[in-house]
Design a protein. Structure first.
Length: 292
């Protein structure tokens, strides 16, 4: 008899992620969340923002404002898209054809899965997201089912994915759930490495001529000014506003701490970046950039 249990086919990495996050959820109980929501040291402006800062190392929520509000998360979706892609197949050199009419920054041709992952996480390319999803065993529908199963399994209780790119306003989550997703994504070396690159370069060929497509990171404002970023993803749609989720490594009392910052609903890219920088500087002060 065929075993149809969805959890039966989880990889070892998936189980490690699940148990690590379950442990985190135990530490950050509802009582703890209530306590830290009242913490005023960060002076969060009331601009309909959802904000959450979490010290993953200590399992403490340092700040939470509207962190349980369900809202569109836009392209932050692509962190889950990347995780499901990597779980499916670790052969990053396998080539697949870019889906037509999928809104890509790249010309339609074959790309390696690694190139598409760079387009996905650096430039937030919607065509790359759709191509990777449609190439999944069972197709796009199976990919979306897997995304939602993973979200449920790791405790993202207020999250739903309707597409792999984040364009759909039915892709919804909370700052709290996104924090969990960033934690899960941080277990993947490829996501850590690729999402924090300031730019990616992909060589294409047209009419026997080669050219290099430069894909600048959508989060370059933060990546160029904040040290120690380990995971990075931005998002924007009209319903979502400008969103960002990052994990930052900080040394506190000679110990490495990993902290997750989530901001949702900013009015523009500058406000999004400024809010993250302000939250970090509130804790550690502004960096001293000396010259000469």
């Amino acid at each position: 008899m065929k075993d149809n249990r969805p959890y039966k086919h989880f990889t070892i990495l998936e189980w490690i992620v699940v148990f690590s996050i379950l442990f985190f959820l135990v530490l950050t109980s509802a009582e703890a969340k209530s306590k830290y929501k009242k913490h005023a040291v960060y002076n969060i402006p009331q601009r309909n923002l959802s904000v959450m800062i979490t010290d993953v190392t200590d399992g403490k929520i340092l700040c939470a404002t509207n962190a349980e509000e369900v809202r569109a998360l836009a392209s932050i979706t692509k962190l889950m898209t990347a995780m499901i892609t990597l779980d499916d197949d670790d052969d990053m050199n396998r080539k697949i054809m870019l889906s037509k009419n999928a809104g890509s920054h790249l010309p339609v041709r074959e790309y390696t899965r690694e190139e598409l992952l760079h387009a996905l996480l650096v430039k937030s390319d919607n065509g790359a997201a759709e191509t990777l999803a449609r190439n999944y065993p069972g197709g796009r529908a199976a990919f979306l089912n897997r995304m939602n199963l993973r979200a449920k399994t790791i405790g993202m209780k207020d999250t739903h994915f309707d597409d792999p790119s984040g364009l759909s306003s039915k892709n919804v989550s909370t700052a709290h759930d996104i924090t969990i997703m960033v934690m899960a994504a941080s277990f993947y070396e490829q996501i850590r490495e690729i999402s924090t690159k300031k730019a990616a370069y992909i060589t294409t060929e047209s009419k026997r001529k080669q050219r290099t497509v430069v894909l600048n990171n959508t989060n370059r404002l933060i990546l160029s000014q904040i040290d120690g970023v380990k995971v990075s993803k931005t998002g924007y749609t009209n319903p979502a506003g400008f969103c960002v989720a990052i994990m930052v490594e900080k040394v506190i009392d000679n110990q490495k701490h990993y902290q997750v910052y989530v901001v949702m609903g900013a009015k523009n890219p500058k406000q999004r970046a400024d809010e993250v920088k302000r939250l970090i500087y509130t804790q550690y002060g502004e960096p001293n950039h000396e010259t000469g």
